[in-house]
Write a protein that binds this ligand. Sequence first.
Ligand SMILES: *[C@@H]1O[C@H](CO)[C@@H](O)[C@H](O)[C@H]1NC(C)=O
Length: 402
Amino acid sequence: MRRRMRLRRDASLTLLLGTALGFLLYAQRDGAAPTTSAPPARVRAAPRPTSGPRAFQVPDAGAALPAYEEDIPAPPTPTGPFDFGRYLRAKDQRRFPLLINQPHKCRGDGAPGGRPDLLIAVKSVAADFERRQAVRQTWGAEGRVQGALVRRVFLLGVPRGAGTDAADGEGAGTRTHWRALLGAESRAFADILLWAFDDTFFNLTLKEIHFLAWASAFCPDVRFVFKGDADVFVHVGNLLEFLAPRDPGQDLLAGDVIIHARPIRTRASKYYIPEAVYGLPSYPAYAGGGGFVLSGATLRRLTRACAQVELFPIDDVFLGMCLQRLRLTPEPHPAFRTFGISQPSAAPHLRTFDPCFYRELVVVHGLSAADIWLMWRLLNGPHGPACAHSQPVAAGPFQWDS
Ligand SMILES: *[C@@H]1O[C@H](CO)[C@@H](O)[C@H](O)[C@H]1NC(C)=O
């Protein structure tokens, strides 16, 4: 058993290195594409920002991370102790201008079948061009998937340190630099939405409400919306199968649902919430922000509901508060794995390189650009994955050891 494990690990490592190399070669070949040069990360990537306050499953901070952690995007992560006073004073300002829009995204520009069946919205940050590229060319590709029309947008704010009030010359230079790059990227791919707020971890709630408002305004007839992070792998085929029998006119919000999560009262935690900010013992049920799907009807109702809810610095909990206002309960789906894949142990890491594992899931969280590429190639290769089960078993309970 152990020997088999070791063999599998060796095989997986070889596969990983091979793919990384292939990826590098690919990136070079594709050098003509516009690149957003990543400013050097000032802070080391903290563990998953979107893992949410799963009070009963706090990730083991000291444990070893997989070897490819360099690829985890640094922003948006909190850079220091969170200033709640400032947040409370500023939170009435919740409307920011849209700097880059895609007004035709859902109109199809006169093409037949303009209204998308599925809009994919991916939270991203300016520096993370590489992951956007991976998403664009793998699971986030636009067009017809199993007959359904799929469209894609990336959701961005202003990178930290590139503020609009740059007094010093260096700041102004950086500002024009990233604006020009994002402008070029938007012209090349027509999938960038950029708002004028700082792209920070605690501003993800602003990203949420601005996206909801944007989608309601510019994509009012969309049937379903998937919203997630750039480091997820989404099996769009499985997602569409799940959605096929659902009515977009009915309420639906499905994902990795967390219930009775307790607010974290430890000051040192990234998710620390003082009682003065949230006094109740537990949060409303919410879907992990790594990836969830909602119907067009719920999109429109949520947009209105969220406009009434006071901003809360954790975006997925905030969305749970909006749902609660609508008396809606998010629907748990076992194939949405927005947590757990980045478990700090070798075996689960191996598991993330089993294409059959992905074949049975809808959303997997915590992946590098190279992982996303690898999974896509393996799942969509000429022979398809050689799996132990001939049928996907998406609904089955997940186990690390089989
Ligand atoms: C959110 O963005 C606004 C506008 O850019 C900024 O003033 C504020 O400091 C940001 N808030 C946080 C918590 O990062």
